[in-house]
Design a protein around this ligand. Structure first.
Ligand code: GMT
Length: 371
């Protein structure tokens, strides 16, 4: 397994999948530049291999990919790996292709599966600095998967693929992500009569955290409400500034990066997701599993996850009034909110880890049998 180690969804899926496969008895080797946030499994059949580029005064940009390729080959010589599964194409897909080619020249076979997650296709992958390499790599991959129908269409168009990638949606572990009433924790952030809204992201520009605050600004003018902002990233300082400017700082709690987001979802009433684009929206799925309806814009793959007026609300991109309205309305009808909570949990069950992860195993089996 190769993935980014960060709090982002692609790293989460890679780490959770690694743990699931290990629980099935497979030996899993995880390669990354740091220990992935959700990898720890407490099992002895998950191995983590840290990759660090060699620093040398000659290099302005130490060649990280070469160190990565060498590390995988080194591990392959010790452990008979069957297959590489790379999450997020940049730079991982090219690394896997290079490993496959080098080993092939030495008489070994190590096929690779690429899972596209989002901006590796929709944004970065389209940039001329990466496009030719990503196109070649995806065409050469033994198998390509994407996390939504939206992303499939996007990457078919962007990379002119002749084979359709398989759609394997993201998943959530329903046993871990579930509502656990913890009145003490909720009381730290909101009173009983106040609606507790939550936003979780890496505060990158495309997440539009300013719209989260603008929406909350409207909501709290109509109903008593508080907002939890979880995560960190480039737009965090601007978000804190905006909260001060809107005069809502006392109602907004910026909690930074958190390992245990489940406990916060489990006391929240509505999840706010205002991204300009989102190939899937894993955080929304995790919130729904904790019985938290999602208010989001109708963009990318979000409508494949959130069902409008059943498990949350979808509004036209940028229309914060339309996003705020049903949130205010539902707080005045607690029975409606209770129904939506149950519907959100039921919808999340369609994406249960135990239902979705085996589809990756089927993809691996298909690749391994087609030698
Ligand atoms: O693609 C990104 O910008 C980062 C990536 C990540 O690692 O969080 O997010 C994407 O992958 C997630 C997991 O599949 C999806 O849930 C996110 O919707 C997707 N982000 C975007 O499309 C912006």
């Amino acid at each position: 397994m190769i993935g980014h180690p960060t709090y982002g969804g692609s790293g989460v899926i890679a780490a959770e999948l690694a743990r699931y496969l290990a629980a099935q008895g497979h030996e899993v080797h995880f390669f990354s530049h740091a220990y992935p946030v959700r990898l720890f499994s407490g099992r002895n059949n998950v191995f983590f291999h840290e990759v660090a580029p060699l620093d040398y005064p000659l290099f302005k940009y130490p060649p990280f990919e070469l160190a990565f390729i060498s590390r995988i080959i080194e591990v392959f010589q010790q452990h008979p790996l069957d297959l590489l599964h790379v999450h997020y194409a940049i730079p991982h897909a090219f690394i896997a292709l290079s490993v496959r080619n080098i080993l092939q020249a030495e008489g070994h076979r190590l096929p690779f599966v690429v899972t596209l997650h989002g901006t590796d296709s929709t944004l970065l992958g389209k940039d001329p600095s990466y496009h030719p390499v990503i196109t070649h790599t995806l065409k050469a991959a033994d198998h390509v998967t994407v996390v939504s129908e939206f992303l499939k269409e996007d990457c078919m168009r962007s990379f002119c693929l002749d084979r359709e990638p398989a759609v394997i949606p993201n998943f959530v572990d329903l046993e871990v992500f579930r509502r656990r009433p913890t009145p003490d924790l909720r009381a730290q952030y909101a009173e009983e009569r106040e609606m507790l809204l939550i936003h979780v992201s890496n505060f990158r520009p495309l997440k539009r955290v300013d719209w989260v605050l603008d929406t909350f600004h409207i909501v709290q003018q109509h109903i008593p409400a508080r907002l939890l902002m979880i995560g960190d990233g480039p737009d965090l300082p601007r978000a804190e500034q905006l909260a001060r400017r809107l005069n809502i700082s006392d109602r907004v709690h910026f909690l930074g990066k958190m390992l245990d987001v489940v406990s916060c979802y489990a006391v929240a009433d509505t999840f706010l997701l205002t991204s300009e684009t989102e190939s899937f929206g894993l955080a929304a799925l995790e919130a729904m599993a904790c019985e938290v309806p999602v208010a989001a814009f109708r963009v990318g793959g979000i409508p494949e996850v959130v069902i409008d007026r059943q498990t949350g609300w979808l509004a036209p991109l940028g229309d914060i009034e339309a996003l705020a309205r049903p949130i205010i309305e539902v707080w005045r009808h607690p029975d409606r909110l209770a129904d939506m909570r149950q519907a959100a949990r039921r919808r999340a069950a369609d994406f249960d880890l135990r239902r979705i992860a085996p589809r990756y195993q089927e993809a691996y089996a298909q690749v391994l049998s087609s030698s």
